[in-house]
Write a protein of this length. Structure first.
Length: 280
């Protein structure tokens, strides 16, 4: 009896020790899976009220289907940066964008978004693409089906550069991105949101679409924590139809991402896929 008791205690200790060896990412994966299951259950309920053809046309967000079949249904308002419908497309949408990729957390953020079956634009900087390891991160994000945008080579304030320097910041990154993923960016975001006459001309010459944002909070000290960030992103007074949401490659943003997506969905917004947005 004593021996059996000792064996049982030892086994319990072993299980506890093994469980403690799992890193935090395992918990993240499980948490995201829970969100995804909740989301999928909601979608299944919606499907019951739609026939298959209508559901396919209005609700399919599979990347391959969007890339091959979808016409451009949205455009970016160049005055307020909202996503606006073309024709009779739904206006109850928001756009997710992530800047400063692929520094540390972008691949994980892409995996979370992929699990939740939503799209986003990852705006990349050239100084995060200097090693083969960095470039492999970009390939991974692209292979997961996400749009890659241009955020300049070195993240300068373009208004402080000469016209030639501004051009180099944009064009050199376009060439580098194309070298890595065999695709040139369709969208450009200026660091700090500072566009100039020169950058606007370069963007036009490169066949890209300039894009700032409507709101974001993850650089503010009071929102550098997952719960507070998720709360403000979902309940901001700036959240409106067509909102263009700015986020960054940050630890707390990665941790808040699933809650943000689910919260936006619960508020009645669909996440517009970037492939449905018209560029030049």
């Amino acid at each position: 009896m004593v021996i059996r008791l000792l064996v049982s205690v030892c086994m319990m200790c072993f299980v506890i020790m093994v469980g403690c060896q799992y890193d935090a990412s395992q918990g993240e994966i499980e948490q995201v899976s829970q969100y995804a299951e909740k989301w999928k259950e909601e979608e299944r309920e919606k499907e019951q009220s739609l026939d298959k053809e209508e559901h396919y046309e209005k609700h399919s967000l599979e990347t391959e289907e969007i890339e091959n079949n979808a016409e451009k249904q949205y455009m970016i308002n160049q005055t307020n940066w909202l996503v606006e419908p073309i024709g009779d497309a739904s206006d109850q949408v928001v756009l997710l964008t992530i800047d400063d990729a692929p520094e540390q957390y972008s691949v994980k953020m892409a995996e979370i978004l992929k699990e939740l079956n939503v799209g986003a634009i990852f705006f990349v900087n050239g100084h995060f693409l200097q090693t083969e390891e960095d470039r492999e991160k970009l390939r991974k994000i692209h292979e997961l089906g996400f749009e890659i945008g241009n955020h300049t080579m070195t993240h300068p304030n373009l208004s402080q550069l000469s016209p030639e320097e501004q051009k180099n910041e944009i064009v050199e990154l376009n060439l580098l991105i194309e070298e890595i993923i065999n695709e040139r960016p369709r969208f450009f975001r200026a660091p700090y949101g500072v566009n100039t006459d020169t950058s606007n001309q370069v963007v036009e010459d490169e066949g890209m679409q300039a894009m700032n944002w409507t709101y974001g909070y993850d650089w503010e000290k009071e929102y550098q924590e997952a719960d507070s960030l998720a709360e403000i992103m979902v309940h901001s007074p700036l959240l409106t139809k067509g909102a263009n949401l700015l986020m960054h490659d940050r630890k707390w943003t990665k941790e808040a991402l699933a809650k943000i997506v689910l919260g936006l969905k619960e508020q009645g917004y669909d996440i517009v896929h970037p492939n449905m947005i018209k560029s030049r």
